[in-house]
Design a protein around this ligand. Structure first.
Ligand code: FES
Ligand SMILES: [Fe+2]
Length: 430
């Protein structure tokens, strides 16, 4: 410090600087990481803006001019399919004087027009028109030099990821690949989640911690999750190793009978989305929960890949869209989608998901509230909370990177060999 008073943000960043990877195996991150507006602004600028964010699926914008309007780390962004068939991500900040160009979550258009002075841009972001700026030569010169800033995109199994930062390498998602085996992707189709404008009153980390926590379902989700237990003799939840740089955190839990799935009352034996016959026996007997922080979660189930989109919006506000919160968020075989009673089946899945969600809402509220308590503990992690420790590692790496600290000697502790698949083992052989 240069003699000025240390702010709460300085204090939090100082605490983060001192934390070693081994520390967050045994304790939670500072509470301010979940509650402080100043910390959220820092996290948004220095961490979230340097991540890849899933914004939807390529099949949502199949035609020229189809667009997805969204925000990434507070930046207005549009993803559009151009005349050449390419998907591009563009900033929606007009390059005249900076007005944000509106775009619905999903729309179709020929280009983008800024409402303020009607400057217009093509689907590739190039300036097309600038009324009353001068003669033709002036406009031609502008057209040569002005375009909406284009952003890097990445496609992963049909999901569109966008980053605000051109220097960020693609996320390391290799450990998720085996879980795609057996899903006949060319013959599957997404039912995208309904986009919400209603924020949830908790930090995005509180949200995904609930998703990834294998410890709480037995207690919080009684009656809805018993069919997919974390504890089952010697064959309950299994975790995977988390190496520095991994962008996915995952766990698998067994089903009490193969081919189960979501029903009206939660997970159960009579899945509303029928099991996919090309999956391995192991896949037909398990659910795998994957989080790709900060923007998405996935559940690989015998009949469906269910996904959620998450958008951090404030210290204690988060947008989330999936079957539990707003509806949809499924990748399904086309044969399932064409079942004559699909609408009824989907309604039952939503009902089951809503019952699980109703159990999660009070605990998320209470976890967020606890972060503001003077009696908040440092935290203690048990054997079922490995993914929480792994998320801490992911966060600490991201925070340290933003603070210019390179990973030290005591990096991520690998999980016990007994709970992780042998390297290179594909699921079909598990
Ligand atoms: S700020 Fe967009 S046209 Fe003027
Ligand atoms: Fe939960």
């Amino acid at each position: 410090m240069d003699g000025s008073t240390m702010t709460d943000l300085d204090l939090t960043l100082s605490l983060l600087r001192q934390l070693r990877p081994s520390d967050v195996e045994t304790t939670m991150l500072p509470a301010a990481c979940y509650t402080s507006d100043a910390f959220f602004e820092w996290e948004r600028r220095e961490v979230l803006a340097r991540q890849w964010h899933c914004v939807g699926r390529a099949e949502e914008i199949p035609e020229t001019g189809d667009c997805l309007g969204t925000e990434i780390a507070g930046e207005p962004v549009v993803v559009a399919r151009g005349r050449d068939g390419q998907i591009r991500a563009l900033s929606r900040v007009c390059q005249h004087r900076g007005q944000v160009i509106p775009c619905a979550p999903k729309q179709s258009c020929k280009g983008f027009i800024c409402p303020l002075h009607q400057w217009s841009y093509g689907l590739d972001g190039q300036l097309v028109g600038a009324p009353r700026m001068g003669d033709r030569n002036v406009v031609l010169l502008l057209r040569e030099s002005v375009r909406l800033p284009s952003l890097p995109i990445m496609l992963w199994h049909g999901f569109i990821f966008v980053s605000l930062d051109t220097n960020v390498p693609p996320p390391a998602l290799e450990k998720v690949e085996p879980f795609w085996d057996g899903y006949d992707e060319p013959h599957m189709k997404a039912v995208p989640p309904v986009v919400s404008d209603q924020t949830l009153p908790w930090n995005w980390k509180t949200h995904v911690e609930n998703f990834t926590d294998a410890y709480h379902p037995e207690f919080v989700h009684r009656g809805t999750h018993d069919f997919a237990p974390s504890v089952l003799g010697d064959g309950g939840v299994r975790f995977t190793e988390m190496a520095p740089g991994d962008a996915a955190i995952l766990r698998s839990v067994p089903l009490l009978a193969p081919d189960g799935g979501m029903m009206r009352d939660g997970w159960g034996p009579e899945a509303m989305f029928p099991a996919i016959p090309t999956l391995s026996d192991w896949q037909r007997g398990h659910l795998t929960f994957v989080m790709i922080p900060p923007s998405m979660t996935l559940i690989f189930a015998p009949g469906v890949i269910a996904y959620a989109l998450i958008r951090p919006t404030g210290a204690a506000t988060t947008l989330a869209a999936n079957d539990r919160v707003t509806g949809g968020g499924w990748i399904l075989p086309k044969t399932t989608l064409s079942l004559p009673d699909f609408a009824e089946r989907a309604a039952q899945v939503r009902e089951g998901g809503a019952k699980i969600w109703a159990q999660d809402v009070p605990v998320n509220l209470a976890m967020q509230a606890g972060k503001s308590s003077r009696f908040l503990p440092a935290g203690i992690y048990g054997p079922l909370e490995r993914t929480l420790q792994q998320f801490n590692q992911w966060l600490l790496q991201a925070y340290h990177k933003a603070l210019g600290i390179s990973l030290g000697g005591d990096g991520c502790r690998p999980v016990e060999a007994a709970s992780s698949p042998a390297p290179g083992t594909r699921l079909a052989r598990l």
